[in-house]
Design a protein around this ligand. Structure first.
Ligand SMILES: NC(=O)c1ccc[n+]([C@@H]2O[C@H](COP(=O)([O-])OP(=O)(O)OC[C@H]3O[C@@H](n4cnc5c(N)ncnc54)[C@H](O)[C@@H]3O)[C@@H](O)[C@H]2O)c1
Length: 241
């Protein structure tokens, strides 16, 4: 049985990706930063599909946490075959009011976390001559967004990282792709003011906000053998935004 590790899998998009991959027969490991109850719920939902599943509290921005997490997953489930770098945060604000701390925090979790986890996963993938790395970026990493200089920079960084690592490990059977969601209804977007939501909606040709399932469908495809000739790409899941 192949093992999929989804960072930030306790809720939102990561939780639905974990469930969908469990449905496809992957053993599942998720990490989370705060809410153990939510992590437990995701794991229970995964186990209903007859696979093994585990959760770990780990901060992806800390190298030691990431090393310990990969060691634990390997001991309990086996080497990771599919890594979904999904953990992410926002700390929005206009540039002139953005503190160095808020800039660093977002870069550390979103971009550096992706670096730490990918580095930890790649050796076993090379050994197996098979692996899938799926990085969750954002449409704002492509287009930019006022009030999100830190977040957009982290997500644009993930795109460059994805394309570079894809070139390094393609010959070893490892594909590396990114998914750029648009506006997806989760706790992260629920907190936005109503007028901001309305303005986003007016820019979406498919005239609805995305659901976590829309992103999970793309992740499941990229994790599958059907995507074996796709690497270094950014798939936009934005309703055409
Ligand atoms: N919701 C959207 O509209 C949207 C759009 C584009 C991209 N994204 C991206 O999708 C991903 C998931 O977003 P979501 O909307 O489900 O968010 P969410 O806030 O619901 O979930 C984020 C997850 O990341 C985890 N996390 C946060 N910091 C962490 C850390 N330091 N270490 C480990 N885990 C950590 C949380 O525990 C949680 O499980 C993020 O990378 C986000 O940037 C979301």
């Amino acid at each position: 049985m192949s093992v999929a590790l989804i960072t930030g899998g306790s809720r939102g998009i990561g939780s639905v990706i974990a469930e969908q991959l469990a449905k496809d027969g992957f053993d599942i490991a998720i990490c989370y930063s705060g809410n153990e109850d939510a992590a437990q719920k995701t794991i229970e939902a995964c186990k209903k599909h007859g696979v093994q599943a585990m959760y770990i509290k780990a901060d992806v921005s800390k190298a030691d946490d990431v090393t310990a997490m990969f060691t634990q997953v390997k001991e309990l489930l086996g080497p990771v075959d599919v890594l979904v770098n999904n953990a992410g945060i926002t700390k929005d604000g206009l540039l002139l009011r953005m503190s160095e701390e808020d800039f660093d925090k977002v870069i550390d979790i979103n971009l550096k976390g992706t670096f730490f986890c990918t580095k930890a996963a790649i050796k076993d993938m090379m050994k197996a001559r098979h692996g899938r790395i799926i990085n969750i970026t954002s449409i704002v990493g492509v287009k930019g967004n006022a009030g999100q200089a830190n977040y957009s920079a982290s997500k644009a960084g993930i795109i460059g990282f994805t394309k570079s690592v894809a070139r390094e490990y393609g010959a070893k059977g490892v594909t590396v792709n990114a998914i750029a969601p648009g506006f997806i209804q989760t706790a992260m977007t629920d907190e936005l003011p109503e007028e901001v939501k309305k303005s986003y909606l007016s820019q979406i040709p498919l005239a609805r906000f995305g659901q976590a399932e829309d992103v999970a469908n793309a992740a499941v495809f990229l994790a599958s053998e059907k995507a074996s000739y796709i690497t270094g790409q950014v798939i936009e899941v934005t309703g055409g935004m």
